[in-house]
Structures are given as structure tokens and as C-alpha cells.
Design a binder for this molecule. Structure first.
Ligand code: COA
Ligand code: ADP
Length: 719
């Protein structure tokens, strides 16, 4: 799948053809090999141009081929042959040149990019390294520090940045193929000796060892157990210290380890899962294919607290007109300033003009009369939200979509109070809403598929990874967090410290353990919810232990800290202590340790030694077990939805694929066996009771995650 034509009399034009991104499948590689041979042997051809069909140069290796029996010509000799050609070969880069696509371009003698093109080596995000010479050619071309940056982060650069770095030779606003054809003729017949990157010496920075040490340290710290970024550094080091052919051998060696690792499987799974959640489906059968979103030109945000401000910024950045309403004058003034600041900083980072003029502010809800969609972000209070929704129903034009930003309230109950419940959906953003990638779009039984489609499309426009989920307590993400948090509290009661629990979770790959995270987000948030659920007051009249609430084991530890005013970072004390309120560096707190000792003694709890393995099993398997319940209840359409939510919203390490993928890697039988074990030890904890879907999956021989749907459907059809 590469087309060959002769253009301008003397130029062999090779066009990659594999929609949508011209990935380098076996057929495409074969096509390139054949067409390059043809162009080089054609006496009439003086130069060659390689381009991609439909305005995309090439999206790199075909990820769908990984893990299969790969056939067809390998990339490395194919690119080497292009570089060795005795006629100039020019890459005409439009759209994207990513991964193997950029490596192919680096094998060409010249690179010409359209100004809108994006280039990069994103393999690290798939748990791999650029193993078609990318780690050896790029540092030779642009120097070690810049190459390390691109290869270890996988970030894309614009054509202008690529020109500045020296990755491309020319950027054009015109048709890049036409420009490349003309250019290739202008250099035909010239010596190519100075154009073969593999022959370049790798420029060595003066502080070579310090540079590599620094980068390696940084990478290890941020990678948290991911092996690919480390291998990327090692491969670039080989480029800097070894001759090209030896460096290539090292690149291949490192790739061989990565290619068969569980981490790359997890990251490839994440890649496809992220795309699969866009193809959402509701239990009614309504789905992305059959539901057309309504156009949204103008949107409103009601309530400009932390969430409302972030949402306003994210909406304005899409280019939409936004009406921002806040009833408190002081809040409104502060919000205006904060929103403008966020927009200006964001625009500066992207080198564009801030979209301040897209937003109009008002203290009056009447200002939203002509919008297509409203996102309400007032206090988490059902009565207040209901009141605001009644006002909106009266003010807005018919058909306006009403979205509530909530992390905990019943979206369907809110909808049921409205004259048009089909127009109501939840949009659960994560703080800070203009930064965090995840959006849970929550539908109730009354929400129309069109409302869901509109919210999903808006989320996409806002740059979010949007996942459609059903309505239940905590939706998907927070519902699974409950058993996880609960186990962490119980572990403290049984003898662990916050430090031990956090260390185990951070070594697993979370950016923050559960207690550090709880200090960051504020202990009072959960306390308020537990108060609302009447969990905080022990039922002394029943004569039961203070650690039993509503019939199950309960740990009041979080409540006790809140009673002391220890809300976490914002008060300078929580599970850890901080230098002052608002400071970020968590330090062990001797007070907390004595408090735990005293608490255990008061409740007759004998502390025991707890290891990391138990922390992981108790916290993660309880969370995963709830994930199976969510699948069984039809709240998430499939395991991919849950995994995407956890990777993009809850810091689950991407190289472990998300909780449900992780369970499949550990082995469902093992997860079940450990849950059964812990349930026997802790019979008063319902969350540890293995979910019947997990049992059925194990009984069905633990099928691969892609086939769990069959077992789920079978069960649902029996109901
Ligand atoms: N191999 C196989 N399929 C690929 C692919 C690749 N390298 N890159 C993209 N695709 C597929 C996607 O799976 C998707 O398929 P679907 O429509 O069946 O879901 C389709 O191409 C479109 O991709 P999508 O990501 O939805 O489009 P986009 O316009 O938002 O983004 C890219 C395009 C190329 C930027 C993005 O797909 C990407 O980053 N691809 C991976 C590039 C990469 O890592 N290459 C190195 C591989 S080692
Ligand atoms: P967050 O949860 O986003 O951190 P808050 O819950 O503190 O923030 O913010 C909610 C905001 O909503 C407050 O600024 C409050 O003044 C505002 N608000 C409350 N009721 C209304 C209302 N009826 N109309 C508009 N804004 C409101």
C-alpha cells in the first residue's frame, strides 16, 4: 500500500496509503521497499519524494500488528536502504510524522514540513522506544539534550519547533508535496554524503555524564516503575558513546526487552481503550453511532468556585462563547481575575492569544437565556442544585441542555424534578477542571441519548477524555475509591502507618499514596459526605461497637481527624504535618503516630506488622472488586471505561493499564482467591465479598479482558 507515480518528469513520488494515519503495516512497508527500488532503478528518475495520502505523512508503526506474528520487511533495513540511496529522497511531511513515521523521515536526505504538521517519537507512551534508528539518528541530528527530551517524553512538536530544533530543513504554508517535488529536483545530482544522518558524529555535550545522570534521575522519579523511559535514556546514551552500528545493536537489544514486557501490553491496551470509550453505549442500546449531538455555540457556567472557574477556562479555550454566572459579587470579581490569569498563562504556553473576550460575566441567571448548554457548578447541595435547575428551566430557551457538575449527587433525582428530565446529564469534572483530562458524563434512565452525545462531544472539544457512565453513588471513579479508602483506614487500625501505606502505593506507581492524596484534596470533603449519609455519629443506642456503622465495619479515623480541625494541607495538618497551611511538603507527624497508638488501645486493637503486599492486595483488590460490581450493574459499558477513568482521573499508573487490566494480568483466579482470603479474615467488610461477576469469569476460565463482555452480557440477558 504505497503508490508510485512519476511527477514533474523526473521525480518518483511514493505515497503511503493506509487510512486513516498511514501506519506502517506489513503491506505499507512492502510497498515502500518495492517503490523505492523501482524509483532508484528507473533511469528517468532523478529524485524521490515520500509523502502520505490524505494530508497525513505517517502515524508510525502499526500498533495493531504488535503482539501478532509480524510479517513483511522490517523497518530498519528499509530505512537504511533509503538513506543509502544514490538519488536524493525527500520526506514531504503533512499532518503527522510520528514514531516510525518520523524515523522514516530521518532516513530521508531532506525533510520539508507543512506549517501545521506535528512531529514526535511517542513510542515511550506505548512502553517502547523508537527502534527504527530513532534513538540513534535524532541525537546525531539535533544533539543529545533535545533528543533526550523528545524521546523520553514522547511529546509532539510543531513544524516551527521542528525547524528550530533542526529536525526539518524547511517549513511551508503551501502544499508540502509540491514544494518537496520542486526542491528534490533542485538538489538532484548533488552529493548526498553530508545528508546521511547515521554518518554524523553525535555531538557530545561538555557535561556529558552529569547530563545523563540528571535525566536518568528525573526519568526514574517521574516514571515510577515504568521501564520504557529508562530504556530510552540508555539507548540515547548508546548513540552518544558508540559508533552507529553498535548503537543500533543496543537499540534493538533494549527494544527486545520492552517489546515482550507486560508494560507495553498495558500501554497499548490504554491506547486503544482511550479511543474505545468514544464509542459509548447506553444500556438501552443507544450509542455514539445512532445519536447525533446538538450543536453548541454558546455555553453557560453557573457558580464560579474552583470547579466553575476551571470549567469556564476549558470552555473558553475551545473558542465557544461563555456566560459565567456567580451570585456573590466578591466571588465574581475574584473569579474574573482568576479565570483571566489562567487563560493568559495557558495562551502564553501555547503561543496564542488568550480568549478573554469569549467570556461575559453576570450576577444574574437571566444572562443565560440564549445559551445552548449550561454547566451548573454551585455548592454540592441537592436542594440548592434543584433550585438552580428550576430557575434554569424557566430562563433557558427550549431544548437547552442542563448539565450538573457533581461528584456525588444523584443526577437522576435532580432530573426527575425538572419539566424536561431528558435534557439533564451529569458532567463530573476533576479539579483543576482546565487541566485534568478526565470527564465522566453521567446519564440517568431519563437522559436522552442526544443529551449524552452532546455532552460527550463537548468534552472532546474541551480536550477531555470523556467516558459515559451510569448514575449511582460515586459514579465509577469515586464509587471504586470508597473500598480503597476504607481498606487504607482499616490498615491503620490494624497496625500500619500512613507512610507505610503511601509508600506501597507509590512504589506500585501512583503519583501519591492515598493519605497524601487525601491531605491534598481535603479530609473535610469525605467528612461532609459521610455526615450527609449519617455515618459519622455512632449508634450508641444499639449497643454496638463505635467501629460498626449501619451494620458493617467502619473506621472513624478520618472523622476524628476532622473533629480536630485537621483537614490536610489547607490547615497544615492531616495524615501528615506541613510547615504551614497550604504548604505541600508532607512530613511524618509524631502526633498522628501517638494518636494511632492511643486509638488502637482504646478500641482493643492489637497492632501487627503489615507488609507492602498486603497493602496492595487489600486496597487494590477491594477497588477492583467494586469495578466488577460496576460492570455487573451496567454502570460502565466495559472494562476499558473503568481503566480509562482510573488512568486519566485517578493517577493509576498507565504502565499497569488500569485496575481491570491489572486484574487480568495478575490473574482473575488469584484476585478471587485473595479476596476470599481477606473476606474470611474480615467477615464484617462487605466490600471484600467477591463479586459474582468475578466468580463467573473465573468459572469461565478467566477469558482475556476483550472477551469479558460475553460473560457480562450472558448474565444481563438472564436478568
Ligand atoms: N497504528 C495503528 N492504528 C493507529 C495508529 C497506529 N500507529 N495511530 C492511529 N491509529 C488508529 C487509531 O486506533 C484510530 O482507530 P479507530 O478509528 O479504529 O479507533 C484511528 O487510527 C484514528 O486515530 P485517533 O487517535 O482516533 O485520531 P487522532 O486524529 O485523534 O490522532 C494520531 C491521530 C496519529 C495523533 C494518534 O492516533 C496517535 O497518536 N497515534 C499513535 C502514534 C504512535 O504512537 N506511533 C508510534 C507507534 S510505535
Ligand atoms: P467548588 O466546589 O467549585 O470548589 P464552591 O462549591 O465553593 O466551589 O463554589 C460554588 C460557587 O457557586 C460559589 O462561588 C457560590 O457563590 C456559587 N453559587 C451558589 N449558588 C449560586 C447560584 N444560585 N447561582 C450562581 N452561583 C451560585
Amino acid at each position: 500500500m504505497a503508490q508510485y507515480t512519476r511527477v514533474s518528469g523526473f521525480v518518483g513520488l511514493i505515497t503511503l496509503q493506509n487510512p486513516p494515519v498511514n501506519a506502517l503495516s506489513a503491506a505499507v512497508r512492502q510497498g515502500i521497499v518495492d517503490m523505492v527500488e523501482r524509483a532508484l532503478s528507473d533511469q528517468n528518475v532523478k529524485s524521490v519524494v515520500i509523502c502520505g495520502q490524505n494530508g497525513n505523512f505517517c502515524g508510525g508503526a502499526d500498533i495493531k500488528e504488535f503482539g501478532t506474528n509480524m510479517s513483511g520487511p522490517p523497518l530498519v533495513p528499509m530505512i537504511d536502504a533509503i538513506e543509502a540511496a544514490n538519488k536524493p529522497v525527500v520526506a514531504a511531511i503533512e499532518g503527522i510524522a510520528l514514531g516510525g513515521g518520523l524515523e522514516l523521515a530521518l532516513g530521508c536526505h531532506y525533510r520539508i514540513a507543512h506549517s501545521k504538521a506535528r512531529l514526535g517519537l511517542p513510542e515511550v507512551t506505548l512502553g517502547l522506544l523508537p527502534a527504527a534508528g530513532g534513538t540513534q539518528r535524532l541525537p546525531r541530528l539535533i544533539g543529545v539534550p533535545a533528543a533526550l527530551n523528545l524521546i523520553t517524553t514522547g511529546r509532539h512538536v510543531t513544524a516551527a519547533q521542528a525547524l528550530q530544533l533542526g529536525i526539518v530543513d524547511q517549513v511551508t504554508d503551501h502544499n508540502a508535496v509540491d514544494v518537496a517535488v520542486k526542491f528534490s529536483l533542485s538538489v538532484a545530482g548533488q552529493s548526498l554524503d553530508a545528508r546521511r544522518i547515521s554518518t554524523y558524529p553525535c555531538p557530545l555535550p561538555p557535561d556529558f555524564d552529569a547530563l545523563f545522570e540528571g535525566v536518568m534521575q528525573k526519568v526514574r522519579q517521574s516514571a515510577r516503575g515504568a521501564i520504557a523511559p529508562v530504556a530510552c535514556v540508555q539507548a540515547v546514551r548508546a548513540a552518544a558513546t558508540l559508533p552507529y552500528t553498535k548503537g543500533m545493536e543496543r537499540e534493538q537489544e533494549l527494544m527486545a526487552t520492552l517489546f515482550t514486557s507486560g508494560q507495553t501490553r498495558a500501554q497499548q491496551y490504554c491506547f486503544f481503550a482511550q479511543r474505545a470509550v468514544g464509542r459509548w453505549r447506553m444500556p438501552s442500546g443507544a450509542c455514539w453511532e445512532t445519536s447525533k449531538p446538538r450543536p453548541v455555540h454558546k455555553a453557560a457556567v453557573i457558580g464560579l468556585g474552583t470547579m466553575g472557574r476551571g470549567i469556564t477556562v476549558a470552555l473558553a479555550q475551545t473558542g465557544l462563547s461563555v456566560v459565567a454566572v456567580e451570585t456573590q459579587e466578591k466571588q465574581l470579581m475574584e473569579a474574573k481575575q482568576a479565570v483571566s490569569g489562567m487563560l493568559e498563562r495557558g495562551a502564553k504556553r501555547h503561543g496564542v492569544a488568550p480568549r478573554l473576550d469569549r467570556i461575559s460575566y453576570s450576577q444574574n441567571i437571566q444572562a443565560v437565556a440564549d445559551v445552548n448548554l449550561v454547566i451548573e457548578a454551585v455548592f454540592e447541595d441537592m436542594a440548592l442544585k434543584t433550585d438552580v435547575f428550576h430557575q434554569l428551566s424557566a430562563v433557558c430557551k427550549p431544548g437547552t441542555l442542563l448539565c450538573t457538575n457533581t461528584s456525588a449527587l444523584d443526577v437522576d433525582k435532580l432530573a426527575s424534578e425538572m419539566p424536561n428530565p431528558e435534557l439533564v446529564v451529569g458532567m463530573h469534572f476533576f479539579a483543576p477542571a482546565h487541566v485534568m483530562k478526565l470527564l465522566e458524563v453521567v446519564y440517568g434512565p431519563r437522559s436522552s441519548p442526544q443529551a449524552v452525545a452532546t455532552a460527550m462531544q463537548l468534552g472532546k472539544k474541551m480536550g477531555k477524555v470523556s467516558v459515559a457512565v451510569g448514575n449511582c453513588r460515586g459514579f465509577v471513579g469515586n464509587r471504586m475509591l470508597m473500598p480503597y479508602l476504607q481498606q487504607a483506614f482499616f490498615l491503620l487500625e490494624e497496625g500500619a502507618t500512613p507512610e507505610l501505606v503511601d509508600q506501597a502505593l507509590e512504589e506500585f506507581g501512583f503519583p501519591m499514596g492515598v493519605f497524601r492524596m487525601s491531605d491534598l484534596s481535603g479530609l473535610d470533603v469525605g467528612w461532609r459526605i459521610r455526615k450527609r449519609e449519617e455515618l459519622v455519629e455512632p449508634d450508641m443506642a444499639s449497643g454496638q461497637s463505635a467501629r460498626i456503622r449501619q451494620g458493617s465495619r467502619y473506621s472513624p479515623l478520618g472523622d476524628l481527624l476532622c473533629e480536630q480541625g485537621r483537614f490536610g494541607q489547607k490547615t497544615g495538618q492531616g495524615w501528615y504535618q506541613y510547615d504551614k497551611p497550604g504548604s505541600r511538603v508532607a512530613r511524618s507527624d509524631p502526633w498522628l503516630h501517638s494518636f494511632l497508638v492511643e486509638y488502637r488501645a482504646r478500641h482493643g486493637l492489637v497492632p501487627r506488622s503489615i507488609d507492602h503486599q498486603e497493602v496492595l492486595e487489600r486496597c487494590l483488590y477491594a477497588l477492583i472488586n467494586e469495578g466488577f460490581r460496576i460492570l455487573e450493574d451496567g454502570i460502565a459499558a466495559g472494562p476499558e471505561d473503568i481503566d480509562v477513568i482510573y488512568v486519566f482521573g485517578y493517577g493509576w499508573p498507565r504502565h499497569r493499564g488500569g485496575p481491570m487490566f491489572y486484574a487480568s494480568m495478575v490473574g482473575l483466579a488469584k484476585v478471587l482467591e485473595r479476596l476470599e482470603h481477606y473476606q474470611q479474615v474480615h467477615p464484617d467488610v462487605p466490600y471484600l465479598q467477591p463479586c459474582s461477576l468475578l466468580r463467573r469469569l473465573v468459572a469461565s476460565g478467566s477469558p482475556p479482558i476483550q472477551r469479558w463482555g460475553e460473560v457480562i452480557k450472558k448474565r444481563q440477558s438472564q436478568l
